[in-house]
Ligand binder design. Sequence first.
Ligand code: ASP
Length: 305
Amino acid sequence: MKAIIATWSFGLKAVEAGWRILRNGGSALDAVEASIREIENDFSNRSVGLGGYPNIAGFVELDAAIMEGSTLRAGSVAAVRNVQNPISLARKVMEKTPHVMIVGEGATKLAKIFGLYVEKVDLQPEARMEWERRLKTAVSTPQKEGTIEFWLKMAAEGHYNHDTIGCVAMDDNKNIVAGCSTSGYAFKLVGRVGDSPIIGSGLYANSFGGAAATGLGENIMIHNVSRMVVGFMEQGIPADEAAEKTVQHLLKIGRRIDRISFVSLDKDGCFGAGTTEKSFQFAAMSDAFSEPRLLMVEKGVRLSL
Ligand code: ASP
């Protein structure tokens, strides 16, 4: 049973790219990497890849991670600059190093070693304009550059720009892989890292299932959302019910739960998705569907396919 699921409406393009690989007998690992690269390579996207909004200093810093359920291997990079495909760099960390997570300058060095480094990165015109507009507004206030107040002014509402590409796939060998990639919180502080590269928060996979999250990283990482979803699946609960239970559990906790959404997939090829928002869009494809579908789940409601 092959299956693939990805976050947001742009997940449709990701699912199509991943499905081409799964359909031809490729691995879930290749499918997840290809799906995510598809979105990273779209420079019109302001929340994934080098087309994303920059941090407060005007640099795009990217977070990405990948995890293989059958082996429990994982690789992750955080706050990395000058890399077009951080998901591929995360895979290199997993496959070519003894480590799980490499950040900042070290990640950039690895990118050079693996030929994933991009020498010259220009902000996309719209991203630059917005960054300059914020800089101008912040400078014209009494807050001094370099103070936390100045940053708060710069980043105001920046957290509303969110949309990680998160993807979970299963191949014919029942290997489940989860991955995600994002430019994160728009106009964030230099070095801010979200949930996406954190194993258990932004993504998780084992032989029972996988999950990938999106939304406000500062909340997702508090609850280890992806690990929570997979934890339910470990108890034999299917992905859709596991998603519903996760949302119910978050609602019960009731704190730091806004803007949390996720997709999930279990070892039997059942899909799930959950959100603490009003609704959440995602895309999916499996042997059971005739073509990739764009779907939606509502807050606290079990996905019914
Ligand atoms: N979760 C990501 C972060 O906080 C952003 C997102 O999903 O939109 O970095």
